[in-house]
Design a protein around this ligand. Sequence first.
Ligand code: KG4
Ligand code: ZN
Length: 343
Amino acid sequence: MTPFPPARILAIETSCDETACAIVENGRALLASTVASQMELHARFGGVYPEVASRQHVLSIVPVVEQTLAQANITLNDVDAIAVTRGPGLAGSLVVGMNMAKGLALGLNLPIVGVNHLEGHIYSAWVYQADEAVPPEPQFPLMALLVSGGHTELNLMTDHLTYKRLGSTLDDAAGEAFDKVARLLDLPYPGGPSIQKVAERGDPARFKFPRARLDSPYDFSFSGLKTAVLYTVTDLKKKSKYLPVEDIAASFQAAVVETLFEKTMQAAREFGAKEILVAGGVSANRALREAFQSQTEFKVNIPALSLCTDNAAMIAAAGYYRYALGHISGMEMDVQPAWVLSD
Ligand code: KG4
Ligand code: ZN
């Protein structure tokens, strides 16, 4: 039983290139979720083009909210609070979601809650479909590995909404490394799923790419790995027309997965975590999921595949706990494009 009051949250997420809305009950039961992806629009640029993203949000936001209400089979009068991603993300994209959320809150006279996008990723791990059996509640302290396109960090979570950041990336985020290496290999955007796909036919032991050794054990660095892949590609291209893309992708993926897995396990041991949580776009990666799921030392919680990449269900989930614990934002709330989770 949840110690928190019952509430139905409608959330909006427009931090990057997905226009998303969702309705979640009591922080976990998902009634409806809509994600309008702009992936095809940005694929031709090889990455997200901010100006194009914000203009597309303007076009998509109203239909996405209407579709979500229809899917949940409720009206706006059945909603108790509005949650919205406040940051981190692209300023021009965040503003569109923020204004829509403020408009709804103002028009319906409802409280509005600003949510950190990374906190949303964490809470995605406890969301379940409303017609499914209820999975277990989180056990604190837990070790949360956040791996997305913009962030890679390890956070010790000691209670709801309480985080201590142990380390983060010194250069590229894990997802960013996947995207950049995919570009080196002429694989389509977004790079993560493309690398995973070709890596499945490759030999992960063919190339021994470096694993960064850092003074701070819980920080990450992927730029050296990316450069090593670049040198290997340049070298191989000089020798032959044929590039073993599958083996390079598999060896690169193995290096990233090993680093993320080993550091998380070490941190979980050191801080006496009761469980491990892995979230963010890169948590969709099959090799990473398998690495965590095949160990037996810690209970592991990874979101459903549909909730790994950006969505609004995660914002509604985190927004519920903020709402329930009295963290209500005001109409004067601004977006925070570089909002650190542990602030
Ligand atoms: O969380 P997310 O959707 O957006 C941000 O908050 O950044 O993460 C997107 C990132 C991209 O870099 C994408 O390449 C990566 O997640 N990603 C993956 C996979 N699916 C998405 N990386 C590795 N394997 C995947 N299957
Ligand atoms: Zn994200």
